[in-house]
Design a protein around this ligand. Structure first.
Ligand code: RP5
Length: 183
């Protein structure tokens, strides 16, 4: 099902971002219907000034495209792949099998799903030894973006500083809320 709003949003977040920088994070998803969930990852990365590419790659509907994407990502300069899928969510695991890059899996709960995304969570998290996928909570694409930022920040002092500031911002927000509750 192609939601025209989702398709437009996908187009506006696709391709090269951050002043023509080469994308360093690949955000892929099984369907454009995953975009309302997955766009949070793109937004986090944009806030950290990290260029990302966003596209649809389906393990089941476009297996050849998945092979091509996963095999070539590292030679195109991608450092981390975020892969989201719902239902029988084989995309993150198959991509992890095909790339040497770190892969972060996002279990998506498709609209009207019967199993509340638990099927996707279990499909993504239960990887065999040797083929890791770092799995975030159902629907939590923002955490996938943050984890990708942390992976990149480990070797980049400026990005590490931005992450420290982000964490300090959270701390201040929570303390402010606590203070309001107590008064
Ligand atoms: C999965 O099937 C996708 O990742 C999506 O979550 C789900 C439904 O896809 P559509 O039928 O909406 O395209 O492969």
């Amino acid at each position: 099902a192609v939601d025209p709003n989702a398709a437009a949003a996908l187009a506006s977040t696709s391709g090269r971002e951050e002043g023509g920088q080469q994308p360093r994070v690949g955000i892929i998803m099984g369907s454009d219907s995953d975009l309302p969930t997955m766009r949070a990852a793109a937004e986090v990365l944009r806030d950290f000034g990290i260029a990302a590419e966003v596209t649809v790659v389906s393990a089941h509907r476009t297996p050849d495209r998945m092979l091509e994407y996963a095999r070539s990502a590292h030679s195109r300069g991608i450092k981390v792949i975020i892969a989201g899928a719902g239902g029988a969510a084989h995309l993150p695991g198959m991509v992890a099998a095909l790339t040497p890059l770190p892969v972060i899996g996002v279990p998506v709960k498709p609209a009207g799903a019967h199993l509340d995304g638990l099927d996707a969570l279990l499909s993504i998290v239960q990887m065999p030894r040797g083929v890791p996928v770092a799995t975030v909570a159902i629907g939590n694409a923002a955490n996938a973006g943050l984890l990708a930022a942390r992976i990149l920040a480990a070797h980049e002092p400026a990005l590490l500083q931005r992450m420290l500031e982000y964490q300090e911002g959270m701390r201040t927000t929570v303390l402010g809320k606590a203070q309001r509750l107590e008064t």
